[in-house]
Design a protein around this ligand. Sequence first.
Ligand SMILES: Nc1ncnc2c1ncn2[C@@H]1O[C@H](COP(=O)(O)OP(=O)(O)OP(=O)(O)O)[C@@H](O)[C@H]1O
Ligand SMILES: [Mg+2]
Length: 338
Amino acid sequence: MQPSLPSLRVEDLRTTNSQMARCIELSKLASRSDVPVVLLGETGTGKTLLAHAIHNSSPRAKGAFVSFNASAMSDTLLESQLFGHERGAFTGAQQTLKGKFELANGGTIFLDEIADMSPLAQVKVLRVLEYGEFERLGSERMLKTDARIICATNVSLRDRVRHGKFREDLYHRLNGLTILIPALRDRREELPALIANELRASAMRQGKKITAIHPAAMDRLLAHDWRGNLRELSHTVRTMTLFCDGKVIMPDHVHFPPDIVNETAATDGRTQARGMHHDGNGRQDGADLTLASAVRRHVDFVYKQANENQRRTARLLGISRATLSRHLRRCSHLSQAS
Ligand SMILES: Nc1ncnc2c1ncn2[C@@H]1O[C@H](COP(=O)(O)OP(=O)(O)OP(=O)(O)O)[C@@H](O)[C@H]1O
Ligand SMILES: [Mg+2]
C-alpha cells in the first residue's frame, strides 16, 4: 500500500518528468544535510508533502515535524506561538506553552507561506536563526534550539526582497537551497499515470470496483489546465469516483472544481499581485469570483449530475437535505437574476 502522505519519504517519489526528477534529486540532497531549504511552487504542487518527505528521509526523522504558518498569525499571538510562554506571562496565559521552535528541537520546523510573514515575524525568526536561542514569554531563561528549517512559498522570495516586502538578511539565512516544484501543466506527460494512481487509491477508499476510464473522459482530463495542480487533480478524481456507479469512468463523471486558484486570490486580496483587474467586490473582468458564487455553481452542478435528486445530491455534497434546500433556493435566485 502507498504510504500515507505525511509518512512519505523522498525515496517513494517517482517521476518520468525531467523537472520533477531534478526536484526529487535536490530533495534527496537536502534530506542528507541540514541546509535550509526553500520549496517554491504554485499552490497544490506538493510543497507541504515534499517538506514532510525531506524530513522523513533525513536523520531527523525521529524528531518532530512542526508546521508554522505565520501569514495566518496576528502579531500578538506570534511570539507565544514561536517561542512559547510561561504560565501567567500575560492575561489568559493559564498554562505554560512550548513554542514551535522548542517543539521542533532535534526535528524540522516548516515555515509555510513564508513570503506573507509580517515584518515583525521576520525579525523574530531572524533572531532565532542568528543566535540559535530564544526565551519563552515571561521567562529570562535562554533556550537553545536545533531545528532544521524548511520554508514554502508560491511566489519568488527574491522578488519579495526586490520589492521591499521581505528582509534580505532573512532571505539569505533561509535560502540554502531552493527547490522548484513544477506545475502540473509542465509535466503533462505524467497525467495518465497520476490519474490512474489517484483513481486506484480513491476507488479503494470508496469501495468502488472501477476498472477503466473511458477515452472521452480521459480526453477531458488531459485537456484541462490544472491550475490547482495535484490538489485539483486529487479533488477531481475523488469526485469522479463518487459519481461513478459502474466500472468505467464516463465523461459526465468528470467535474472540475470551481476555479479554486482565482477564488482564493480574489478573496484574500492577492489578485492585484497577479496583475488581474479586480474591483474589490469579488468581481474580476466582469466575472463573479466570490466564494459564495463558486459554492452556488458547484451545488447547481452536482444537483444536475444527480438528475435533480435531492437525497443523492445532499449525500454527494456531504450536507443535510435542509442545507441543500437552502443552497438550491440561492441557485434559483441566481438563474432568475441572470
Ligand atoms: N507527489 C504527489 N503524489 C500524489 N498526490 C500529491 C503529491 N503531491 C501532492 N499531492 C496531492 O496534492 C495535495 C496538495 O499537496 P500540498 O498540500 O503538499 O501542496 P502545497 O504546494 O503545499 O499547496 P499550498 O500552496 O496550497 O499549501 C495533497 O493533499 C495531495 O492530495
Ligand atoms: Mg502547503
